[in-house]
Design a protein around this ligand. Structure first.
Ligand code: HEC
Length: 121
């Protein structure tokens, strides 16, 4: 009788310890969901392909370069970058200058980047 009891206790402890393993894995998985945030790495290809023919370094008829993380971040914070890409097709001041307007998907990605705190990575 005494034997059976400690055997059960051993089993119970074993179950407890495997429970705590699972919980740890869950915490790890949750940390990985940070990679769902939009970062500069998602934004850079959009800028590179649509803006650098004028906003490169050196610039071509444009007031500033948009080739680095700091330059693009500054332009969002102080140069109304999101306002300029969100204007209607044909509206004055729309970027890229002369159009066409970026796809709504690209515009939404850049808006989400700002909402996610303009992270670099
Ligand atoms: C064909 C050349 C050209 C392209 C392509 C272009 N721009 Fe521009 N951009 C300009 C010029 C010229 C100005 C200055 C005149 C003005 O403000 O409209 C300017 C001004 C700006 C400004 C305002 C800066 C300020 O401080 O007032 C922002 C923001 C901007 N561009 C962002 C972009 C972004 C983002 C893209 C790509 C999606 C882009 N531009 C593509 C030529 C261009």
């Amino acid at each position: 009788m005494k034997y059976t009891y400690s055997y059960l206790l051993y089993f119970f402890l074993l179950m407890l310890s495997s429970c705590s393993d699972t919980t740890y894995d869950d915490i790890q998985a949750n940390e990985d969901t940070n990679s769902d945030l939009v970062t500069y790495q998602d934004v850079k290809p959009i800028i590179d392909n649509n803006c650098l023919n004028c906003h490169g370094n050196p610039t071509l008829n444009a007031p500033m370069s948009l080739t680095t993380y700091d330059e693009v971040k500054n332009s969002v914070l102080e140069g109304n970058l999101i306002g300029r890409i969100s204007r209607n097709d044909g509206a004055e001041g729309l970027m890229p200058k002369g159009g066409p307007r970026l796809s709504q998907d690209y515009i939404d990605t850049i808006i989400q980047w700002e909402l996610d705190a303009l992270l670099e990575n």
